[in-house]
Design a protein around this ligand. Structure first.
Ligand code: BV8
Ligand code: ZN
Length: 243
């Protein structure tokens, strides 16, 4: 079933998994777009940007507390764990747009987080960092001892991505032999530009998604289906082949 991919894998060393909300869908974390996406209920402009937070810190803080609870009650799924298992055979880098920390919890060794991490927070003024466990269930946003608001360490719309993570991701994409794009609609920039960097550097680009996206006609291989099923299946076939 995956003959072409297995052939590519047999001559590859460096693999990148570029992931979006779709890889966490089977862990019970809602995606952003699509019929059951959270953007259906909430408008990102109202919540996922700095001015919305400064206008109404309580509303935005509550929204992230609600999402943190969903994340805390979730577990990595077979898609996340298959990516960890790939580390036994390849040099693996994970570049994620997700803020749910599930790749780290699954045990991936090299994870670049382009949009931050919902378990981390920092003070808007003095940048002091706080772990979410320091204020597990406060409704209103806690204040830093310098008196300013504490915000989630998440990249909001109109904000720059962490330069070190982005630069390292570009390099990993350029050097990859195979570049998996897993569970993302590929419409948020500059994160989505990482795939074109891999493609123009000559990587074999494989998209795994339950539906076609706007990049599906530009990748080398489109595998339609759930990442929590396809990734373990590829690994099984790889193990069978190398036995
Ligand atoms: C920036 C908030 C430079 C945090 C997110 C106007 C002003 C400023 C910037 C812009 C502008 N207009 C456009 C931009 C650029 C903007 C952007 O790209 N907008 C898009 C919407 C057009 N980007 C930015 O603002 C970025 N910053 O450009 O700074 C700058 C600075 C100043 C001024 C100008 C420019 C910052 C990006 C924001 C990142 N933060 N969210 C939060 O609350 O999480 S983005 C949000 O979307 C998430 O963080 C997520 O990471 C990201 C991508 O979404 P996906 O992961 O792809 O999820 P989605 O639901 O879309 O898709 C899921 C996919 O999975 C689907 O394809 C589905 O079919 C599939 N799927 C589902 N189940 C499965 C599955 N696949 C496999 N298996 C399954 N089981
Ligand atoms: Zn402070």
């Amino acid at each position: 079933m995956y003959d072409e991919l297995l052939t590519q894998l047999s001559i590859s060393k460096r693999i990148v998994f570029f992931t979006g909300a779709g890889i966490s869908a089977e862990s019970g974390i809602p995606t952003f777009r699509g019929e059951e996406g959270i953007w259906q209920k909430f408008r990102p402009e109202e919540l996922a940007n700095f001015s919305a937070f400064m206008r109404n810190p309580k509303l935005v803080w509550e929204w992230y507390q609600y999402r943190r609870k969903i994340v805390r009650d979730s577990l990595p799924n077979p898609g996340h764990t298959a990516i960890v298992d790939f580390e036994k055979y390849f040099d693996v880098t994970v570049i994620t747009q997700n803020v749910d920390n599930l790749h780290n919890r699954a045990g991936s060794k090299k994870v670049y987080e382009l949009h931050g991490n919902i378990e981390r927070n920092y003070c808007v003024r003095c940048k002091k960092r706080f772990d979410y466990k320091e204020f597990p269930d406060t409704e209103s946003p806690p204040l830093c001892d310098c008196g300013s608001n504490i915000r989630p360490d998440i990249v909001w719309f109109g904000e720059y991505l962490p330069q070190d993570q982005f630069a390292a991701s570009e390099k990993a994409a350029e050097q990859s032999d195979i570049f998996f794009v897993v569970g993302t609609s590929s419409i948020v920039y500059p994160a989505a530009s990482i795939t074109s960097i891999a493609k123009s550097a000559g990587s074999f680009v494989v998209e795994i998604n339950i539906a076609e996206t706007e990049i599906s006609n530009r990748v080398n291989l489109f595998l339609k289906g759930k990442s929590g099923e396809i990734l373990p299946e590829i690994l099984n076939q790889l193990k069978m082949k190398s036995l």
